[in-house]
Design a protein around this ligand. Structure first.
Ligand code: 13P
Length: 287
């Protein structure tokens, strides 16, 4: 059964580790992530962006696929299905479709408007035992065609959003989606510390988990980050292995053209990436 983030992130915050949000893009991805979580006895959050939602045939299709896998693959670790960077309407659709958590991303709105809309989503979500992530300070880079420059959130604004009744908070601390540029200034631990001081028990979320050095990840967890989102790194790992398969001409040998064979090396690469992240974030054995 899908669970919200409530209990898993309270445990993570108290235990000083982070739960990985791994974004899913298709069936193979979903199965790979669930199998690794079970193998490592780790909680996990499956992230679905609006674009990936459309790609996979809609939110109800995804809920059906994930619930089916939990049962048929005997997945017993805590699994949350979470909308990533959702708009207002997408949050409502996901709550109705059976997601167990949603992110309402109002970071592009004025803070007062962000607060008002976040409160509305919280009211609806909580009636359905669904947790809510909100965002202050746009996370930089590009995701699903939405482009934003990395910025550091105002800790006072974070406190205001935290007080709307949300369950987890994403705050920009210089992180960006996708690959980090050579001249990236790194995470602002000063900002993170100030946000943590003002928001107390609230689990904090670090977006843009791809390519952040391990020591920065560890320090962020020490300062209150309980959920770290990873997407691009799995995509890069997947595609590199599929490329090798094709370039080696394996698709031309026997039944090597079977898509199950073509996608297998990529799927194994996703699995290894997820294993590495769970080890680094400290969630292994914490189911
Ligand atoms: P990356 O694609 O940089 O790993 O970021 C993922 C993310 O933050 C999803 O919200």
């Amino acid at each position: 059964m899908l669970v919200s983030t409530k209990e898993m992130l309270a445990k993570a915050k108290a235990g000083h580790y982070a739960v990985a949000q791994i974004n899913i893009n298709n069936l193979e991805w979903t199965k790979a992530v669930l199998e690794v979580a079970q193998e490592l006895n780790s909680p996990v959050i499956l992230g679905v962006s609006e674009g990936a939602g459309k790609y996979m045939g809609g939110y109800k299709t995804i809920v059906g696929m994930v619930n089916g896998m939990l049962e048929e693959l005997n997945i017993t670790v805590p699994v949350c299905l979470h909308l990533d960077h959702g708009g207002y309407d997408a949050c409502i659709k996901c709550i109705e479709a059976g997601f167990s958590s949603v992110m309402y991303d109002g970071s592009h709105e004025e803070i007062e408007k962000n607060i008002e809309l976040t409160k509305e989503i919280v009211a609806l979500a909580h009636k359905n035992n669904v947790t809510v992530e909100a965002e202050v300070g746009a996370i930089g880079g590009e995701e699903d065609g939405k482009v934003a420059m990395g910025e550091c959130a105002d800790p006072q604004e974070c406190k205001k959003i935290a007080d709307t009744g949300i369950d987890l908070l994403a705050a920009g601390i210089g992180n960006i989606h996708g690959k980090y540029p050579e001249n990236w200034a790194g995470l602002s631990f000063e900002t993170l510390d100030a946000i943590q001081q003002l928001t107390g028990e609230m689990p904090l979320v670090l977006h843009g988990g791809t390519g952040i050095p391990g020591d920065m990840i560890k320090k962020a967890i020490d300062l209150g980050v309980s959920k770290i989102n990873v997407n691009t790194e799995c995509q890069i790992a997947f595609t590199a292995e599929v490329r090798k398969y094709i370039e080696a001409g394996k698709d031309l040998e026997g039944k090597g053209f079977d898509p199950r064979k073509v996608l297998k090396p990529g799927t194994e690469a996703i699995k290894q990436t997820v294993r590495d992240k769970m080890e680094l974030f400290g969630s292994v054995g914490k189911a």
